[in-house]
Ligand binder design. Structure first.
Ligand SMILES: Nc1ncnc2c1ncn2[C@@H]1O[C@H](COP(=O)(O)OP(=O)(O)OP(=O)(O)O)[C@@H](O)[C@H]1O
Length: 654
């Protein structure tokens, strides 16, 4: 038997973590998304069947809310096709009855013609109805996918930033995006398939009952081995998939490392080719062995199923023969029963397969629904008090503790910013500067204390209007795969020309990005993503200029610059700081480790372990013994010619 997650494999079995390969990487243990797969693997088919009504209701509700017309068509047309199946079988009996009757052949054929016409009409109608039902079903799928995806991204883009720091929320979001979202359409698809299968079986059973009720047990006897084999094979396939999944993930990861533009340089620089190929080969060997084992086991089950099915068929034929001999069943009815058996078997197979899939996929869909509920709770609702800006922003004993952390990243910080000022946040790595800046920007809500704009608690202000006053040049910017022009314009994408604020080109010039953009093959229309045709990439510093241009284009009342020049050359840095100077209509919050850039700030706030330990102007802070003076002098000493530097032996080299 295949081993499932959580249990250690017996020797010779498939190991879920691929431990037989000699790798034991805990970080590649089964992912969160295995949870439901494992649960499904341990659920009996009976338990699955019991939950069916609930699952079907869920699927129908989802389909109904997406497209009533297509839902009605998919269900109604399938039911009508079932009626045609029954009619077709009854008409076939009529044809056979006439053909097997006594009398000259031409007369018998003539007598069979009306039933034959009816049978032909029923078969044609069933074909047309089945195709139309399939069409309605196929129409439903993309509509559901679209609605479900849109609902998810409406939720993920609306939740507060802090939700992404909550590991549980982030994990749930990954799970839903990876699987739950896609399963919504699947559960509808499986439900319609289930309906098709059940209708097929019922239609056949009705026809057989009308023809001769004693034939019904024959139908069941012939269909059961088929159904049992189908369930068994689907289960085994699934359990094997489960057992191999961690190894498959590792193979995907290796494949990604070996055929990827971003890793290509390092793979070559460290000559990792042999190492990666070796790992891949070993994994492939184990994987192939597992697949061969599965093929053998499946073939054995199929052979067994066919043998039992053959015996059952023989029993059915014997029973039919007995009924024929004793005159209980007419020859025509017996012949139709054989056709009905064939049809019932395939319909039952469809229904069983659909039930299995429906149950598992519904577990993932439930995740999706739960996530949407949870996301709704995490949307910053704020009040609706309007705001058009501020003269002062006041932080009163503001604290922020990230989820599941012992210490506060920002600890009871009080300060005041005024419009027209440039203030600087300085401190060593991890001292809380970025977190404080995000609090000031309104990206995080404090877990303690209050932030006020002109005396009003920001929780009372309309969050959209507050956000519209803020621009943030983040330290960890993202390379948006848009054109250079769009990359700047998204800073205030809704602004129309002539509505004030700098133009895209003015913003680019201010950030020393214009010449660099003009040199690109399509200028501002150059797509900045190498994954697409004619796409280009930029250097780190060039990207940073673009990010700066975006923030300047936004032209907000509060500009937060977190390490805006870390990747810039001296000339670009100089140009940017010319534009970060004092302006009466805005406040600038500057975070930088290059302390020469904060010398002219109106106020400098020095952070240490989340607390504000010093404040003042550069001259005031240099006049006292403290962290600021220490850091400044340390940095300044690097520019003064003296011994040391690269000449000193480093402990690692020594
Ligand atoms: N999303 C997060 N979840 C949990 N802890 C975080 C998160 N972001 C930052 N921290 C922690 O909060 C503390 C302050 O981090 P922050 O990024 O604010 O420091 P910083 O002063 O900006 O550092 P640097 O100079 O390196 O940019 C650090 O201990 C950091 O590990």
């Amino acid at each position: 038997m295949a081993t499932v997650t959580g249990s250690r494999p017996a020797p010779g079995t498939d190991s879920p973590s691929g431990e037989e390969d000699g790798f034991d990487l805990p970080e590649l243990e089964d992912g969160h998304w295995m949870h439901h797969a494992t649960r499904f693997a341990h659920t009996s088919f009976r338990a699955v069947a019991r939950r069916l009504p609930y699952l079907v209701r869920e699927a129908v509700t989802l389909a109904w809310s997406t497209s009533r017309r297509d839902t009605c068509a998919a269900i109604g047309l399938n039911l009508a096709a079932g009626v045609m199946t029954t009619l077709g079988l009854l008409a076939t009996t009529g044809v056979l009855r006439e053909l097997f009757a006594a009398g000259p052949t031409p007369d018998r054929v003539r007598a069979a013609l009306p039933s034959l016409a009816l049978a032909a009409a029923a078969v044609t109608a069933k074909g047309a109805l089945t195709v139309s039902a399939g069409w309605a079903q196929a129409r439903l799928i993309p509509q559901i996918n679209y609605a479900v995806e849109l609902r998810l991204f409406e939720a993920t883009t609306a939740v507060e930033l802090a939700a992404f720091d909550d590991a549980g929320f982030a994990e749930e979001m990954d799970r839903v995006r990876d699987r739950g979202m896609a399963e919504a359409a699947s559960i509808v698809d499986h439900t319609v398939n289930l309906l098709t299968g059940v209708v097929g079986v019922l239609a056949t059973a009705v026809a057989v009952t009308v023809i001769q009720p004693v034939l019904l047990p024959c139908l069941l006897l012939a269909a059961v081995p088929e159904a049992v084999t189908a369930v068994k094979m689907a289960r085994r396939q699934y359990l094997h998939m489960l057992a191999r999944i961690t190894r498959r993930r590792r193979m995907w990861m290796l494949a990604h490392l070996m055929a990827n533009r971003h890793t290509a340089a390092e793979v070559r620089a460290y000559q990792m080719r042999g190492f990666l190929l070796g790992q891949y080969r070993r994994m492939m060997t184990v994987e192939t062995r597992a697949l061969l084992r599965l093929a053998r086991a499946q073939s054995t089950t199929r052979a067994l199923g066919m043998s039992v099915g053959g015996v059952a068929a023989f029993a059915v034929y014997a029973l039919l023969g007995g009924l024929l001999l004793t005159g209980v069943v007419a020859l025509a009815a017996a012949a139709t029963a054989l056709l009905a058996l064939q049809s019932a078997r395939s319909s039952l197979g469809v229904a069983v397969f659909a039930t299995n899939n429906l149950y598992e996929d519904a577990l993932y869909y439930q995740d999706y629904r739960d996530f949407l509920d949870r996301a709704r709770e995490r949307v910053a609702t704020g009040a609706d008090r309007p705001t058009a800006g501020f003269d002062t922003i006041e932080l009163d004993r503001v604290t922020l503790r990230y989820p599941n952390t012992e210490t506060a990243a920002v600890d009871e910080v009080s300060l005041t910013l005024r419009r027209g000022e440039v203030v600087a946040l300085v401190g060593e790595n991890g001292s809380g500067k970025t977190t404080l800046a995000k609090l000031i920007a309104g990206l995080y809500r404090p877990t303690g204390g209050v932030i006020r704009w002109d005396g009003v608690d920001t929780t009372e202000l309309d969050p959209e209007q507050t956000a519209a006053q803020v621009a943030v040049m983040t330290q960890d910017w993202w390379k948006f795969p848009f054109t250079a022009g769009q990359n700047i314009r998204i800073g205030r994408h809704e602004r129309q020309p002539g509505q004030g604020g700098p133009s895209v080109e003015e913003a680019a010039r201010a950030a020393a990005a214009h010449d660099m953009i003009a040199d690109l093959p399509f200028g501002y229309d150059t797509l900045l993503d190498r994954e697409f045709k004619n796409g280009q990439d930029l250097s780190g510093g060039q990207w940073q200029r673009l990010v700066a241009a975006r923030s300047l284009y936004r032209d907000a009342r509060l500009l937060i610059c977190d390490e805006p020049s870390a990747a810039l050359d001296a000339r670009a840095e100089h140009a940017l700081f010319q534009h970060l100077r004092r302006r009466p209509d805005r406040a600038v919050v500057l975070i930088t480790h290059r302390l020469a850039n904060v010398r002219h700030a109106d106020q400098i706030f020095v952070m240490e372990r989340g607390r504000l330990v010093q404040r003042g102007t550069h001259d005031e802070l240099m006049a006292v013994d403290g962290l600021y003076r220490e850091l400044f002098q340390l940095q300044a000493s690097g520019y003064v010619a003296h011994g040391g530097g690269f000449g000193d032996p480093h402990p690692v080299d020594a």
